[in-house]
Design a protein around this ligand. Structure first.
Ligand code: GUN
Ligand code: ZN
Length: 433
């Protein structure tokens, strides 16, 4: 018994496996009156609330009643520099990048603005129940320092990297082969596995890097194989055609990464909608992860991600907002969009699968399975507590629910930051600003 122990009481939801690989009911554990014991920043136990209370009489109690305690949400692909342009009207990918994104990313040349944007983004993420995220930064190295620093101040586990671009981007937003390599190497040395930070080598996507830059970043990844690598893949058909024109020798889009050493198990490929059979085969063989960004894919008009097909092939799949191409900071709204895209493809997902994707699935994509996104012993105590009756519209529906799934699904479909009752980071309750 230790004085610093805390027990959270409420409904609890945990996963013992992947609900796409086994029937969801076999790998899902729900307790009506559960408890989570937090000790030294980690989850020490998840059990019946009464059992934890009897075994730990000195622990501080937090009773959340009928609210649902879950692992915090993990957003596996987003762009913190784009927070301020979320919800910008009327463009598709290439025009959206040139018209909205690049001008905004240029503003982060000002370190004060970059710091303010990083802090604001992390506070918005926390308010929406997102406890970890994997973010692109801008080409400016200080955009990475300031983001990791803002995450450190909040105690959050984040993954991030300097976005590298040495062509097809405006003046002021391009680096060079040498400078991308040198800046990235210095940032890895400064941040990778310092506290809760992890570094992801970050070529934006193959249209904005020369073959030489891709090769240099591939070599850097080979020299730092513990780093993650994040980029974009096959988001829109126009983009795929552009990649074909820029890389006439490549077999397909994925090959523009593969041939330069940028395909590997710790690689994260955002969107992955318009894939060729060979690309799916190679992603499956290498154990690389793809990241589904459903609100972005409908908002920018990219297409319908094949969750059933790719999970069926055994691919690792994360879920993400893709802020600010995505239209919401909320992983609840993101789950809803993923559900709707599944419906349009004739393969709707169960609420258990959606919750798993937003927590365990994204954590596994980041190779942090069991560390974050997991409500079980040994995991870092990053939690979200969801009010399942957060608005009158949701409450009047939930009133007649007969099991957890009926009680939870309206919040997945209709919930937002109002459903987030509390957030815990590394065992400490977050004071919302
Ligand atoms: N492809 C290359 N850059 C980006 C970006 O910033 N957002 C999205 N959605 N796709 C991209
Ligand atoms: Zn993106």
């Amino acid at each position: 018994r230790r004085m610093s122990d805390v027990i959270l009481l409420g409904q609890t939801l945990s996963f013992a496996g992947d609900p796409f690989a086994a029937p969801w009911s076999e790998v899902t554990r729900h307790r009506e009156r559960g408890g989570v014991l937090i000790r030294d920043g980690r989850i020490a136990a998840v059990d019946e609330g009464d059992i934890l209370r009897q075994a730990n009489p000195g622990a501080e109690l937090r009773d959340y009643g009928r609210a649902l305690i879950s692992a915090g949400f993990v957003d596996a692909h987003m762009h913190y520099p784009q927070s301020s342009i979320i919800g910008s009207w009327g463009k598709r990918l290439i025009d959206w990048l040139n018209g909205y994104t690049f001008p905004e990313e240029m503003r982060l040349a000002d370190p004060d603005y970059a710091a303010e944007t990083a802090g604001r983004t992390l506070d918005l993420a926390l308010a929406h129940g997102t406890t970890s995220l994997c973010s692109f930064c801008t080409i400016h190295p200080h955009s990475v320092d300031l983001f990791f620093e803002a995450a450190r101040q909040r105690g959050m586990r984040v993954v991030a990297g300097k976005t590298c671009m040495d062509r097809n981007a405006p003046d002021g937003l391009r680096d060079t082969v040498q400078c991308a390599q040198d800046d990235t190497a210095a940032l890895i040395a400064r941040w990778h596995r310092k506290g809760r930070a992890l570094y992801a080598i970050t070529p934006r996507f193959s249209p904005t890097s020369t073959p030489d830059q891709l090769e240099a970043l591939g070599a850097l990844w080979a020299a730092n194989p513990d780093c993650l690598m994040q980029t974009h893949l096959a988001e829109q058909t126009d983009e795929v055609a552009w990649v074909r024109a820029l890389f006439p020798d490549a077999r397909d889009y994925l090959d523009t990464y593969e041939r330069f050493g940028l395909l590997g198990e710790r690689g994260l490929y955002g969107h992955a909608i318009h894939l060729e059979p060979r690309e799916i085969d190679r992603l499956a063989e290498t154990g690389a992860a793809v990241v589904h960004c459903p609100t972005s894919n409908t908002f920018i008009g990219s297409g319908l991600f094949d969750m059933a097909g790719l999970k069926g092939r055994g691919l690792s799949v994360g879920l993400a907002t893709d802020t600010g191409g995505g239209s919401s900071f909320s992983m609840l709204r993101t789950m809803a969009a993923a559900y709707e895209i599944g419906q349009l493809r004739g393969t709707p997902m169960h609420a258990a699968q959606l919750m798993w994707l937003a927590t365990e699935g994204s954590a596994r994509a980041l190779h942090l399975g069991g560390t974050i996104g997991h409500l079980g012993p040994g995991a870092e105590a990053d939690l979200v507590v969801l009010d399942l009756a957060s608005t009158p519209a949701i409450a009047q529906r939930t009133d007649r629910a007969t099991d957890l799934w009926e009680a939870l699904f309206p919040t997945i479909m209709m919930g937002d930051d109002r459903a987030v009752r509390d957030v815990w980071i590394a065992g400490k309750r977050v004071e919302m600003t």
